[in-house]
Design a protein around this ligand. Structure first.
Ligand code: 5GP
Length: 122
């Protein structure tokens, strides 16, 4: 699959559409999800053109990988999530219902987040 430079997160990175920004550095941008599924629902995306976790992990330079994950942790600290705990999740491909084809992590927090996956899957 080819990276689509017109995906919605690419447009956010280019400031072509607005976002509710939480954090930004050389490696990552974090912003509130437009349709939050928890009291805190923030998306963290790398600045480079990567389709998914799979693509990012296999093709990004080590400096970008380290910078991105450090940024994710800084976001969690900035939002005060460490005390109550939080969940980091990424969807990859069809079975996981990945909708936006620019790699992103979801940060969920602010309540009891329940079980990790839908009940009855195993
Ligand atoms: P996925 O299913 O690809 O892991 O999740 C994509 C996420 O992006 C969804 O939670 C959706 O609500 C969010 N989203 C889609 N379009 C926009 C947008 O234009 N702005 C923001 N902030 N979030 C978006």
């Amino acid at each position: 699959m080819q990276y689509d430079t017109d995906n919605i997160f690419a447009k956010i990175l280019r400031n072509e559409i607005p976002c509710n920004r939480v954090y930004e550095d050389d490696f990552a941008l974090a912003f509130h999800d437009i349709a939050p599924q928890a009291p805190v629902h923030v998306l963290v995306i790398p600045k480079g053109e990567y389709i998914s976790f799979d693509d990012f992990s296999s093709t990004a330079p080590a400096e970008e990988i380290a910078g991105f994950y450090r940024a994710v942790q800084k976001v969690a600290i900035q939002l005060g999530l460490r005390e109550g705990g939080y969940r980091v999740l990424t969807n990859i491909g069809a079975h996981a219902h990945q909708v936006v084809m620019h790699y992103h992590l979801h940060l969920f927090a602010g309540c009891d987040l329940g079980s990790m996956v839908k009940k009855g899957l195993n």
